[in-house]
Design a protein around this ligand. Structure first.
Ligand code: GRG
Length: 290
């Protein structure tokens, strides 16, 4: 199947599964609406698509990876809701729509994030997989999202506001804040497939390079992107006093770096037949406009 058709098919499958989980949440006050508003609001579903693709690469069944994929997307969505809050980045728009707290108020936005984070671990725990794979999945997601991963990166990101950070410091923050979850997406696919440790390590190596390329591209879009497509105001990194790769290295160097990282990512998949889709996905992400 062609890359974009496969990606579209994966996105549809993920949308349907997420909507089915959302329909089961209780409607206490605005909670279900607030959780669903952000979960079902047109995200690209890159991370869960990666989970499904890695699972397929290692001979696993898509339906086995789907709960892992959805759980990861729920955690990602919670992080975006909290990241947009006035006490963090204070953003009004996300995915082309008003942010969660703008629609539901701050308390509901905090609780919608909390609800998504905790619901995600129930989704993982109920995956139709052997208990040891579920255990590995829970540990993988918790480590990636927690203090040694995304939350730690967010703390460093907030601390770095208004400061001129070095390339090494920015790389460390971005690897923690964004890269860990992208790596976890790949690892979860490998775990769902019951892959070997070598296979999981190769998928993780691929995802680490992909994650950095994704972040550099994000920095670029904040400078040269189209506001309507990107879904949030251009220049918000600069306005928030963030040190970015684009500001440090310039647009042309960052464009070349994204291509280099993409090639490096793809090289890790060389030993695996059936790698074409994941290679194509890396190229699609390198050229993304939203
Ligand atoms: C609040 C604990 C906590 C963490 C927030 C992920 C994150 C950490 C902040 C997001 C800030 C940001 C815009 C980072 C740039 C890269 C990134 C993660 C973009 C958003 O991911 P996409 O592009 O979003 O996959 P969609 O909307 O497609 O899901």
């Amino acid at each position: 199947m062609e890359i974009t058709s496969q990606l579209r098919a994966d996105q549809t499958r993920i949308e349907e599964a997420l909507a089915a989980y959302a329909a089961r949440w209780p409607a206490y006050g605005a909670l279900r609406d607030a959780m669903s508003y952000s979960l079902l609001s047109g995200g690209k579903r890159i991370r869960p698509a990666l989970t499904l693709a890695v699972c397929r690469l290692f001979g696993g069944r898509e339906e086995d990876a789907l709960p892992f994929a959805c759980a990861l997307e729920m955690v990602h969505t919670y992080s975006l809701i909290h990241d947009d809050l006035p006490c963090m980045d204070d953003d009004d728009f996300r995915r082309g729509r008003p942010t969660n707290h703008k629609v539901f108020g701050e308390a509901n936005a905090v609780l919608a994030g909390d609800g998504l984070l905790t619901a995600a671990f129930a989704v993982l725990a109920e995956a139709p997989l052997p208990p040891e794979r579920i255990c590995q999945g829970v540990t993988t997601l918790a480590q990636a999202a927690g203090p040694a991963g995304m939350v730690g990166g967010q703390v460093l990101d907030l601390l770095g506001e208004g400061q001129s950070l070095t390339e090494e410091e920015i790389t460390r923050i971005e690897n923690l804040k964004t890269g860990c979850m992208i790596e976890a997406a790949a690892r979860l696919g490998a775990i769902a497939a019951g892959s070997t440790p070598q296979e999981e390590a190769a998928a993780a190596d691929y995802a680490r390079k992909l994650g950095l390329a994704f972040q550099v591209r994000d920095d670029l879009l904040d400078v040269v992107g189209d506001e309507a497509e990107f879904g949030k105001p251009i220049g918000s990194d600069l306005a928030n006093g963030k040190s970015t790769f684009a500001a440090l290295k310039g647009v042309a160097a960052c464009e070349a770096w994204v291509d280099e990282l993409t090639q490096e990512a793809i090289a890790y998949l060389n030993p695996f037949p059936g790698k074409e889709y994941l290679c194509g996905l890396a190229h699609v992400l390198a050229g993304r406009t939203k």
